[in-house]
Design a protein. Structure first.
Length: 202
């Protein structure tokens, strides 16, 4: 008896309504073994975040390649500060980073990075401080043109940003993108179909 016929028979016996689709929710042993190999291979494609052992553990080993990792939290929880610290961690690991600080804009993001590396409060940075900061930190932390900052601010068309991201992946060998804030993606992310398509293409 076919699966569909069997389910119809059971529905008749139990006086219950059939679901619209009959899905095969089982896997044969050899295929389960192959799925394990694929799963382990995917885990190996993750890379840990230097200086963030707890976050690396919470993410199951770090960030996945060719995938999305979304970190959420209420306003003021420190997401933007975390993005700045992640940027330094990824840079130290030799990753080329595309950063899109939609939440605060790229100039304010640079203030945050300079503040972290120099130890000076972001709001207290002045033009007089910059020559010393440039001399001490620019060659090591801010001279690599493999790192790119998006100038998009506030809301942005998701296709424009994804096109820019993909272009940097192809032309600059971008390894990781940090995007703060994800709100620009809320509309397409509501659709499972769009989300699956994004994950398969990028």
């Amino acid at each position: 008896m076919e699966r569909k016929q069997l389910k119809e028979k059971l529905a008749e016996i139990l006086h219950t309504k059939l679901s619209e689709e009959i899905e095969d929710q089982q896997v044969e042993l050899p295929d389960a073994f192959s799925d394990l190999e694929s799963h382990l291979l995917k885990k190996e494609s993750m890379f840990p975040l230097a200086g963030f052992p707890r976050l690396t553990e919470m993410l199951g080993g770090g960030l996945t390649t060719r995938g999305f990792t979304i970190l959420t939290g209420p306003t003021g929880a420190g997401k933007t500060t975390l993005c700045s610290n992640l940027w330094f961690s990824l840079q130290a690991s030799g990753k080329n980073v595309y950063m899109s600080p939609i939440e605060i804009g790229y100039v304010e993001q640079m203030k945050s990075l300079v503040s972290i590396i120099s130890g000076k409060p972001r709001r207290s940075l002045t033009p007089e401080m910059m020559p010393e900061i440039r001399e001490k930190y620019y060659p090591t932390f801010f001279s690599n043109r493999g790192h790119v900052f998006s100038k998009h601010e506030s809301r942005v068309n998701h296709m424009d940003l994804l096109t820019e991201l993909y272009h940097n992946f192809l032309t600059r060998n971008t390894d990781v993108a940090i995007i703060d804030n994800w709100n620009f993606m809320l509309e397409p992310a509501r659709s499972e179909e769009h989300t699956s398509e994004l994950q398969s293409r990028f």
